[in-house]
Design a protein around this ligand. Structure first.
Ligand SMILES: *Cc1c(COP(=O)(O)O)cnc(C)c1O
Length: 461
């Protein structure tokens, strides 16, 4: 390559962020407060104290501190696998014959295979520091469970992972990897919790959902001594931890004076997308940039593009506080034929608010088109992408092809949130052409919407 900008823009350890960036501090219109499900009043830290660690509750409720220092211990944890590579997609640009400049931030170099470790580390650290001995969580596609298993291995905590049953069956090696790090993995719905038994009695053949698994994990945490629950997406403290992605990307791009015109990320619960865009969104909010932000979600679980903006529960058993977000309803169970993650019914409240206020765009993509894009990408860039991340690839390619039509030299940055090494069942289905697309009908969605709570705050939304 004769270009001045290197294929990989490296950062030194010194250039890594020393704080997480709290985007809410720079939003004039903040996301609505989380409500207690019974009183319908904003939750207090005491309300959440039986479920989460104190430090993360503080972060969750903090909407005014702009920069939250990363504890020294976590900086060390991050240094074991960060900074993550920021790569100029020269080969993809050439293959597409586009004038656009494409960059991607690759979070799949650690063993858990995704960005999830950026929040698993801090959550393990805080649990240990606060004297807890065990944690519970849920996992869908398995990346969060693996990341948490790594963090709990590192901080010597016991971990129980409720894994969505369909994923546990499709991804036996994920389970084995979590167990190798010391975690206890239970397919969900299970018969060892009340919420699991309830779900099974309603539907004995249930293949599970993140919402079910969350109910089981919270129930176990609340009933176990010195145990807390951890969540890998959706909540604002998780997105906060993920801002290391965007802060690193921005430092690297700033070194070369590069300003992205379009930033793209896949969206499940919104944490990798939110973490990537946060420091760039800050400039859009203060009027100093016109960057476009695009969330890409699966057509089978379209919470941005077809969801309601309403107060909803985070779990199927309706035990969590109420979050105002884009949601398909906690009763929505996505089709089992959907291969990747991104199966959660709701969306981070900050991103939902930014979307409602017009600061962000969203689009939904069907599975086969996403895998077509993944194959195009991996053939030239070499990296095997996770199916989730490939949603972002699809949109990045489409935007680059648009530039080809118009001749515009736009700068596109996308988040490559993880590797696809544990998704070979899905790649096999794609290769053997047994993969199919599924888009829910309005009637399918209505079942989910009917589960959204009928509370005064949701009237006229
Ligand atoms: C979990 C996961 C996602 C989706 O979660 P977000 O909270 O939306 O980031 C996306 N990509 C990969 C690789 C994941 O593991």
């Amino acid at each position: 390559m004769t270009n001045k900008i290197p294929t990989r823009i490296y950062l030194s350890e010194d250039e890594m962020p020393k704080f997480w960036y709290n985007l809410r501090a720079d939003m004039k219109d903040k996301p609505d407060p989380i409500l207690h499900p019974k009183t319908l009043k904003p939750v207090t830290s005491e309300d959440l104290a039986g479920v989460f660690c104190k430090s993360v509750i503080e972060q969750e409720l903090d909407e005014s501190t702009r920069e939250i220092p990363i504890p020294a211990d976590i900086l060390d944890f991050y240094r074991a696998y960060r900074p993550s590579p920021l790569i100029r997609a020269y080969y993809l640009e050439r293959a597409l014959d586009t004038p656009a400049h494409i960059y991607y931030k690759f979070e799949g170099t650690n063993t858990s295979g995704s960005h999830k470790l950026n929040s698993a580390g801090p959550q393990g650290y805080y649990a240990k520091a606060e004297g807890f001995t065990s944690l519970t969580t849920e996992t869908g596609a398995g990346q969060w469970g693996t990341a948490m298993a790594m963090a709990c291995g590192f901080y010597d905590l016991k971990l129980t992972v409720y894994m969505v049953k369909v994923s546990a069956e499709q991804k036996p090696y994920r389970k084995a990897l979590m167990e190798a790090y010391g975690a206890n993995v239970i397919p969900s719905p299970s018969d060892i919790t009340e919420s699991g038994r309830k779900i099974l009695s309603d539907d004995p053949l249930s293949t599970g959902s993140l919402g079910c698994a969350i109910s089981e994990a919270i129930e176990t945490a609340v009933k176990t001594d010195k145990c807390r629950y951890v969540l890998g997406s959706v909540l604002n403290h998780v997105m906060l931890h993920q801002t290391v992605i965007g802060l690193e990307a921005k430092t690297a791009l700033d070194k070369y004076g590069i300003k992205p015109d379009i930033i793209i990320g896949c969206a499940g619960g919104g944490s990798n997308l939110g973490g990537l865009i946060a420091p760039f969104m800050r400039e859009k909010l203060n009027g100093s940039s016109k960057t476009r932000f695009i969330a890409v979600e699966p057509a089978s679980c379209p919470s941005f593009t077809r969801g309601r903006y309403a107060y909803d529960f985070g779990d199927t058993a309706k035990t969590t506080p109420l979050i105002r977000m884009n949601t398909l309803g906690s009763g929505y169970i996505p089709s089992a034929n959907h291969a990747g993650g991104l199966r959660y019914h709701g969306m981070n409240s900050t991103l939902s608010k930014l979307y409602q206020d017009g600061y962000m765009e969203a689009r939904a993509e069907t599975q086969i088109g996403v895998f077509d894009a993944a194959i195009k990408f991996m053939k030239v860039e070499g990296i095997l992408p996770a199916p989730e991340s490939s949603h972002a690839i699809k949109a990045a390619i489409d935007e680059a092809l648009e530039c080809k039509k118009t001749g515009e030299k736009k700068v596109i940055l996308f988040g490559l949130s993880g590797t696809g090494f544990f998704d070979m069942t899905a790649y096999t289905a794609y290769n053997e052409k047994t993969m199919s697309d599924y888009t829910p009908s309005d009637t399918d969605l209505k079942r989910g919407f009917d589960s959204i709570p009928d509370i005064p705050q949701n009237v006229c939304r």
